[in-house]
Design a protein around this ligand. Structure first.
Ligand SMILES: [Zn+2]
Length: 332
């Protein structure tokens, strides 16, 4: 990979507003697209992907505002030292560093408040809010099943439902403005699919909480990739939204740089890191998760995430393993 090629695309901030393409739904297997196959390619580059190391996920002791992030993840203060050490001691291993950042409009579909629900409602026994999603004319969207099929369609004693009594008329109109609310109503061709949405506090709202922790080591060459700007679809992965219908520019950037191996660090192990690992494996990358350079949200989903990532062919290592690696020939 030439220095010119790298210089042409580094130091850019890219927003996830690309058009939808492809039909590769989020998968849990990597059949037909494995690192073994990818290793037969000529790509040899390595990237370090930092997941969501931004104020909204940080503890107060390290955020640029001195306040806890709106979706604070425990242990983020200590993970910065681990990530910094990897970059400062073994920056030679990485051809490029990508910082993937959450970036939501107000009233985003992932905000519990949008649906009249309390934050973390998905942890209260009914799992996430059932939603129906599809892509149409270049834009993916999702709508709560409650609104698509009607309130009477849902047994709200058993599944999570929006609390319409706690939603203003404005909020209801905003939710119903999602194209999926109409498109999935009469879905004779079954192009909509059902999934569930976790209910988070309002977090990482665009232009309101966009700082990064001052102690985080960064360089002007880092690629900053913003995701989650579609009000009707959440985006945990650095590669695509949660419907896997709207890709970010990341895959194209990494292909151009001939990157084959990704090291994943940051937050959250059980959401952003997991989804990024899955999408990366589906796209044929070799994936290495540096476990003690990540922090998670929920203990139970953390264990499940590690198991899923390993089953999908990602490798789990620790920072000491990365620090013990030799620099490639000619690098320093
Ligand atoms: Zn988010």
């Amino acid at each position: 990979m030439g220095a010119v090629a790298i210089a042409a695309i580094i130091a850019v901030t890219v927003a996830v507003t690309t058009s939808a393409s492809g039909d590769d739904r989020t998968g849990t297997t990597t059949e037909g697209s494995t690192a073994t196959e990818a290793s037969g390619s000529s790509k040899t580059g390595t990237a370090l992907i930092l997941g969501a190391m931004q104020d909204c996920f940080m503890e107060d002791s390290v955020s640029s505002t001195g306040k806890n992030g709106t979706l604070r993840v425990e242990g983020t203060a200590s993970v910065i030292d681990v990530i910094n050490e990897i970059r400062q001691e073994r920056g030679c291993l990485f051809d490029v560093v990508v910082r993937s950042e959450d970036d939501h409009p107000r009233h985003h579909i992932s905000f519990a408040s949008t649906h009249g629900l309390p934050p973390f409602a998905h942890t209260l026994g009914k799992l996430g809010l059932p939603i129906m999603c599809r892509d149409f004319q270049g834009r993916a969207s999702c709508c709560p099943t409650y609104w698509v099929e009607g309130p009477e369609s849902q047994n709200c004693d058993r599944v999570l439902c929006p609390d319409s009594s706690n939603m203003t008329e404005d909020a209801r109109e905003r939710v119903l403005a999602s194209p999926a609310c109409e498109l999935c109503l009469d879905d004779i061709n079954n192009r909509c699919f059902s999934t569930r949405q976790q209910m988070w506090p309002d977090h990482c709202v665009q232009n309101e909480e966009s700082g990064i922790p001052p102690s985080l080591y960064t360089t002007d060459g880092d690629i900053v990739l913003k995701r989650g700007d579609n009000p009707y679809v959440d985006a945990y992965s650095a590669f695509a939204d949660n419907t896997n219908r709207i890709p970010t520019p990341l895959h194209a950037i990494l292909e151009q740089l001939e990157i084959h191996t990704l090291y994943l660090v940051g937050v959250a192990t059980d959401f952003g890191i997991l989804y990024t690992a899955t999408h990366a494996r589906n796209r044929g990358y070799n994936v290495v998760v540096v476990l003690d350079a990540t922090r998670h949200i929920n203990d139970a989903s953390y264990e499940a995430a590690i198991q899923q990532m390993e089953e999908e062919g990602s490798t789990v290592v620790y920072a000491k393993d990365v620090l013990a690696m030799e620099c490639p020939d000619g690098a320093n």
